[in-house]
Design a protein around this ligand. Structure first.
Ligand SMILES: NC(=O)C1=CN([C@@H]2O[C@H](COP(=O)(O)OP(=O)(O)OC[C@H]3O[C@@H](n4cnc5c(N)ncnc54)[C@H](OP(=O)(O)O)[C@@H]3O)[C@@H](O)[C@H]2O)C=CC1
Ligand SMILES: O=C(O)C1=N[C@H](C(=O)O)C[C@H](O)C1
Length: 269
């Protein structure tokens, strides 16, 4: 036993799950307390080190999330909306900080996280990287400085496995632009243009999504006016940036009051 917070990783076999496991193992500030996979997954019952193609680590993959969370201090969860809702209840029962990177959640699904945030620290962000959260603040600032003569478009690109669009990051950037402009994103959001769409409506915030190959995650916020354009850009080339942010959030949450937080809180931006 050490006094380092014990972290459980859900979705262990996923792209982010594996990156998170490596990040926790490499950290001298936290310990890997457990790894969770879906019932019926090949990895359940295997040592996680062996499952990931390396040496045994003495941590066995389980499908019993409740037991894995009991005795841990934080859960880092990059899975899927319904799984995340179920994990939020179990994390709250176990008194674990719940760090949520899962994207593609509807407003109704996000509302289902509220009861857990009454009981524990819940940190949720569509992007855990320092760079993107800085870009969110810059976007808010630029949008506040410009009027509606500048058309705002959020353009994102991701790998061909990604299942949700617009990305969680694109939505964070759209929200920031809307906030800067003093409007509600729901009122001005323009998604998925196709066919005879009519001319662009002044004041709209548009979204476009590219999917291809192994692109980790790229986001542009374009402010386009007559005679000039401003582009704010973030390019992720390594998923480690998201995992490092998530671990930072898990550590930051220790001892904090129950509630819903985001990476702007964690990073103090
Ligand atoms: N906030 C951020 O900074 C970032 C967020 N993300 C988001 O994280 C999520 C995961 O991304 P990624 O790792 O690329 O996706 P993967 O598909 O590689 O991994 C998802 C993992 O979640 C598991 N999972 C899915 N559904 C369930 C369920 N119902 N119960 C238990 N486990 C489940 C999957 O298991 P199985 O394969 O068996 O279905 C898999 O192990 C996405 O929403 C993505 O957008 C990604 C990067 C950064
Ligand atoms: O699915 C991904 O890969 C990513 N998802 C997040 C998102 O939806 O914005 C963050 C990052 O861009 C990678």
């Amino acid at each position: 036993m050490t006094d380092k917070p014990g972290i459980v990783i859900t979705g262990a076999s996923g792209r982010m799950g594996q990156m998170l496991i490596k990040t926790v193992l490499d950290s001298d500030k936290a310990e890997l307390a457990g790894v969770v996979e879906r019932e019926g997954h090949d990895w359940v019952g295997q040592d996680i080190g062996i499952a990931m193609g390396g040496a045994a680590l003495g941590v066995v993959v389980t499908d019993d999330a409740g037991s894995a969370f009991a005795g841990a201090q934080a859960v880092i969860d990059f899975t899927a909306p319904q799984a995340t809702i179920a994990f939020s209840k179990l994390a709250a029962e176990a008194g674990c900080v719940h760090v949520i990177g899962t994207t593609g959640m509807s407003e109704a699904e996000i509302a289902q996280l509220d009861p857990a945030a009454q009981d524990t620290v819940l940190v949720r962000a569509g992007n855990m990287s320092l760079g993107v959260n800085l870009l969110v603040q810059l976007t808010k600032k630029v949008a506040a400085a410009l009027d509606e003569d500048f058309d705002i478009e959020v353009i994102e690109a991701h790998h061909h496995h990604k299942v949700d669009a617009p990305s969680g990051t694109a939505l964070m950037l759209g929200e920031a632009a809307a906030e800067g402009r003093g409007v509600a994103l729901a009122e001005v959001s323009d998604r998925g243009r196709d066919g005879i769409t009519g001319a662009r409506k002044k004041g709209d915030i548009g979204f476009s999504a590219i999917r291809g190959g192994d692109i980790v995650g790229e986001h542009d916020v374009l402010f386009a006016a007559a005679g000039e354009r401003i582009v704010l850009r973030h390019m992720a080339t390594d998923r480690a940036i998201f995992a490092r942010g998530a671990l930072k959030a898990a550590l930051w949450g220790q001892g904090k009051d129950a509630g819903a937080y985001d990476m702007i809180d964690v990073l103090g931006l």
